[in-house]
Design a protein around this ligand. Structure first.
Ligand SMILES: [Zn+2]
Length: 358
């Protein structure tokens, strides 16, 4: 495999906070037990924006991008179940097998893991190296641009599973970014209802309506708690899912759940939140549960995980993710797209970056 030593690829390389460069780097060498994947599409996660422009990442230089799917291009020694040409999605978390959580497939709950696209090089480029055990096959009728959304769709599913949503549960979702819109689709598939969707961007509410959701609300129009009460016979919702990560929606999520309700913390927090004493008191009296959600479950050894469920749901049509894509951006224009998201200079939901076809 030394033939790749001098081969170059294009990449968006993060050299420091705010210092993104489009440059040529060496195509990474394939290693034993790993494959080289040619990126088809790589989604931009909300977390990539602070990673690139304000918070930074674990080390520099790094190629960001952890939501990707592509085609196996080369296999290292010992790779048995995949071959060049196979279409795959890649679980970006590289676990170490030395933690009890790994035995249950709870890799995101283990310590000291590596991560493609934040701790190691990810998908804003042409090729990525990934362990064979992190690959999952993409069904024939699922496009690579849909498959690139497997990771966020698995996170959304993980949140709905954590909330133990039952048939007929009323649910409020705050924040209709890509993951919020995916959560809404999982809720519908779970038989929840009514599903009350809140955002402050009319375009996002419109996407939700076009996906068939009838209860969509601009949180700034009227009192959120009153709206929820009107749709739940005055009781509040069984489950509130906070997917925006801002103080007003965090407070609203706690306020709108009924007795014994569940509040799911899904959105990455953008700021500190102050809980008013009366709200804490209400939360106590109503005996609400607050559930943290992190990442998703991926299992090498069983079918019972979030990733396989996502790809099966894409294949069957339960998940309809194409309407979430607002931008398909060639790699060479990727930095401009990241800056657009940072500045919020255009409306966007899911932005996908792709190398030019070769
Ligand atoms: Zn992400």
């Amino acid at each position: 495999m030394s033939s790749t030593e001098d081969k170059k690829m294009e990449a968006i390389v993060l050299h420091a906070v705010g210092d993104l460069r489009y440059e040529q780097v060496s195509v990474p060498e394939v290693e034993p037990g790993k494959v080289r994947v040619r990126i088809g599409f790589c989604g931009v996660c909300g977390s990539d924006i602070p990673r690139c422009f304000s918070k930074g990442t674990y080390s520099f230089p790094t190629i960001c991008g952890h939501e990707f799917a592509g085609t196996v291009e080369a296999c290292g020694d010992g790779v048995q179940d995949f071959q060049p040409g196979d279409r795959v999605a890649v679980f970006p978390l590289l676990w170490k097998d030395d933690h009890a959580a790994c035995e249950q497939g709870k890799y995101a709950q283990s310590d000291g893991y590596d991560y493609l696209g934040s701790r190691s090089d990810g998908g804003f480029t042409e090729y990525v190296i990934a362990p064979e055990r992190n690959l999952i096959r993409v069904p024939d009728n699922v496009s690579l641009e849909e498959a690139a959304m497997t990771e966020p769709a698995a996170v959304a599913l993980h949140a709905v599973r954590r909330a133990n949503v039952r048939l007929g549960d009323s649910v409020a979702v705050f924040g209709l970014g890509p993951i919020g819109l995916m959560v809404a689709q999982w809720l519908k598939a779970s038989g929840a209802g009514p599903i009350l969707l809140f955002d402050i961007q009319p375009e996002k509410l419109e996407i939700a309506r076009n996906l068939g959701f009838e209860h969509t609300f601009d949180s700034r129009d009227g009192n959120v708690n009153d709206i929820v009460k009107q749709h739940t016979d005055g009781h509040g919702v069984h489950v509130a899912i906070e997917a925006a990560g801002v103080p007003p929606t965090m407070l609203a999520a706690i306020e709108v759940v009924r007795r014994s309700g569940r509040v799911v913390l899904l959105g990455n927090p953008a700021a500190d939140v102050t809980l008013p004493a009366p709200l804490i008191s209400q939360a106590m009296r109503r005996e609400i549960d607050m559930l943290g959600v992190w990442n998703s479950d991926f299992s090498v050894y069983s079918d019972d995980d979030d990733w396989r469920t996502v790809l099966a749901a894409m294949s069957s049509g339960i998940l309809n993710l194409k309407p979430l894509i607002t931008h398909r951006v060639p790699l060479v224009e990727g930095i401009a797209a990241l800056e657009m998201m940072h500045q919020q200079s255009e409306f966007f939901t899911k932005v996908l970056i792709h190398p030019e076809a070769k």
